[in-house]
Design a protein around this ligand. Structure first.
Ligand code: ADP
Ligand code: AMP
Length: 216
């Protein structure tokens, strides 16, 4: 199964991706996570990406597309994958389509987690993440069991640098200008499916499973 997750930053893509990846045994490929790992390891890719990420801008297409194409050729992608945070521009979506066509493959669906903009600021500014294991929480909607400590590994959770209010506003603006057009891109290809992302985390997951069905 090959799935693209769409939705504004803070819609719940990463949260749902972890459950979908477990349920359907497909790797969760988050371009944001790949960039953050490179930043923490100070690689040339990380140094380049950080300039954009810290300002709420998109990393240039040529860098991002090559990185994803490379990742999709790893062995664990043979039975499918779940893309979270890619594509984010029409150019990226076209590049993904070309990549798939070149291999005689198809996307199963582009799954939009629909959340109105007025929910997003609270979701993003309340997000906390574990820098050690990558688990993600929300101070109000999905709190850690012990305040400030990751449930999985016990490390101190932190706020992502780009989740401060000013950067979030910039990221939402970038989303509306550059990523929202992908909804029509996939609708026109009859590949779009939509779930209501305003519900509780487990309810959103149930809707996604009903849409995707039981196969993998
Ligand atoms: P994205 O990957 O789309 O940017 P996340 O999955 O990181 O979004 O979710 C953003 C924040 O909102 C996180 O703090 C997460 O715990 C919280 N969250 C995710 N889904 C829901 C939901 N259905 N209801 C309330 N909060 C949610
Ligand atoms: P995310 O973790 O998906 O919220 O992404 C965090 C940041 O990484 C974004 O604000 C962008 O700066 C960068 N990023 C992630 N995915 C992409 C992409 N597909 N294209 C360009 N930049 C990206």
């Amino acid at each position: 199964m090959k799935i693209v997750l769409l939705g504004p930053p803070g819609a719940g893509k990463g949260t749902q991706a972890k459950s979908i990846s477990n349920r359907y045994s497909i790797p969760h490929i988050s371009t944001g996570d790949i960039f953050r790992k490179n930043i923490s390891e100070n690689t040339p890719l990380g140094i380049e990406a950080k300039k954009y990420i810290d300002n709420g801008q998109l990393v240039p297409d040529e860098v991002t597309i090559d990185m994803v194409k490379d990742r999709l050729q790893h062995d664990d992608c043979k039975n499918g994958y779940l893309l979270d945070g890619f594509p984010r521009t029409v150019h990226q979506a076209e590049a993904l389509q070309e990549f798939l066509q070149g291999r005689g493959e198809n996307l199963d669906t582009a799954l939009l987690i629909e959340v109105p903009m007025d929910f997003i600021l609270e979701r993003m500014t309340g997000r906390r993440v574990c820098p050690s294991c990558g688990a993600s929480y929300h101070v109000k909607f999905n709190p850690t069991k012990i305040q400030g400590k990751c449930d999985v590994c016990g490390s101190d959770v932190i706020q992502r640098k780009d989740d401060g209010e000013e950067t979030v506003k910039e990221r939402l603006d970038v989303y509306q200008r550059q990523t929202q057009p992908l909804i029509d891109f996939y609708k026109d290809k009859n590949q779009l499916s939509v779930v209501d992302g305003t519900k509780a985390i487990n309810e959103v997951f149930e809707s996604i499973c009903s849409l995707l069905g039981s196969d993998n």
